[in-house]
Design a binder for this molecule. Structure first.
Ligand SMILES: O=C1C[C@@H](c2ccc(O)c(O)c2)Oc2cc(O)cc(O)c21
Ligand SMILES: O=C(O)CCC(=O)C(=O)O
Ligand SMILES: [Fe+2]
Length: 370
């Protein structure tokens, strides 16, 4: 059972066992050992398709496409989202997590409610807990918004979140246009494949952690959707993989930048040409950390299948399926893997205990008592 908030646990000297991960899952690289390998791309001039600047758009597009092919993750600056809006969004988010537990728990979503506050994860049945609190809103399609699940404190946050969601939807669509064109398709191809794009904002708060080397803020995963725009503070903790998942790097925080991640949907639609970035978040004992993930997902009924299969390529999917089915299969695979891992661990403990018992039984009594 996940605790209802992390406020009290963050003050303890040791970590509660439900957060302790197996050794192979624990952090390998420090939260602040930053790498500059992930490309940082300026979007200045991306809208200008005329004359001399068309060269600039082409240059930006080339960089984005290369980053998607090599990493599935990159950062964007000069993206046009107002710095003041970003600062309001982060200030208000921090104020929300600083509220007393009972205020945050007015929006508790542990009973399976769509949107609100929860510790660790929205997924049911996780074996090990993530060291994070989240507050999440379903922001698009607008007609499906349920404002009763949007926290009404701190004052002014609903209005700021609405504006933030709108601006991030615009930025995401711009990036999807570039990727559509790179696939040799019309600009709207990827947004059309999403049917009626869903957007979900997840604000992650990672409190200071007593034993950060034993746990993760957010376990290793790929995002399920088309594209994710992540805003992170300067603390550091986002990690991505290279060398086919073997090596971890910590992404250098860049003030005012968005980290752009390709998700599974984007990966499948490009027939595997664009990577779905494998990533996780680590925590530390010095300071809390805030990140805001804006997930751009297709509608649940949207059909998932490669939009373009290039000559000589084989389709990465056996059959077209809906996004809802794709998500369901992903979640059950994730949970099944965690269950098998837990089982293997229990069996190992059992076998070790049995071996110890057998050893004792064959020992002469004088040795046991010695
Ligand atoms: O919180 C997340 C992160 C992410 C994710 C985490 C864990 C998984 O097993 C997984 O498959 C994905 O993607 C999300 C996607 C969502 O729609 C909501 C989330 O809260 C998250
Ligand atoms: O907090 C981070 O840096 C990562 C967050 C993330 O990957 C997510 O919310 O899906
Ligand atoms: Fe993620």
């Amino acid at each position: 059972m996940a605790p209802s908030t992390l406020t009290a646990l963050a003050e303890e000297k040791t970590l509660q066992t439900s957060f302790i991960r197996d050794e192979d899952e624990r952090p390998k690289v420090a939260h602040n050992k930053f790498s500059n390998e992930i490309p940082v791309i300026s979007l200045k001039g991306i809208d200008d398709e005329s004359g001399v600047n068309n060269g600039r758009r082409a240059e930006i597009c080339e960089k984005i496409v290369k980053a998607c092919e090599d990493w599935g993750i990159f950062q964007v600056v000069d993206h046009g989202v107002d710095a003041q809006l970003i600062s309001q969004m982060t200030t208000l988010a921090k104020q929300f997590f600083a509220l007393p537990p009972e205020e945050k728990l007015r929006f508790d979503m542990s009973g399976g409610k769509k949107g609100g506050f929860i510790v660790s994860s929205h997924l049911q049945g996780e074996v090990v807990q993530d060291w994070r609190e989240i507050v999440t809103y379903f922001s698009y399609p607008i007609r499906a918004r349920d404002y009763s699940r949007w926290p009404d404190k701190p004052e002014g946050w609903i209005a700021v979140t609405q504006k933030y969601s709108e601006k991030l939807m615009e930025l995401a669509c711009k990036l999807l246009e570039v990727l559509s064109e790179a696939m040799g398709l019309e600009k709207e191809a990827l947004t059309k494949a999403c049917v009626d794009m869903d957007q979900k904002v997840v604000v992650n708060f990672y409190p200071k952690c007593p034993q950060p080397d034993l746990t993760l803020g957010l376990k290793r995963h790929t995002d399920p959707g088309t594209i994710t725009l992540l805003l992170q503070d300067q603390v550091g903790g986002l990690q991505a993989t290279k060398d086919n998942g073997k090596t971890w790097i910590t992404v250098q925080p860049v003030e005012g930048a968005f980290v752009v991640n390709l998700g599974d949907h984007g990966h499948f639609l490009s027939n595997g040409r664009f990577k779905n970035a494998d990533h996780q978040a680590v925590v530390n004992s010095n300071s809390s950390r805030l990140s805001i993930a804006t997930f751009q997902n297709p509608a649940p009924e949207a059909i998932v299948y490669p939009l373009k299969i290039r000559e000589g390529e084989k389709a990465v999917m056996d059959e077209p399926i809906t996004f809802a089915e794709m998500y369901r299969r992903k979640m059950s695979k994730d949970l099944e893997l965690a269950r098998l891992k837990k089982l293997a661990k229990e069996q190992q403990i059992h076998a070790e205990e049995a071996a110890e018992k057998a050893k004792l039984e064959t020992k002469p009594i004088e040795e046991i008592l010695a």
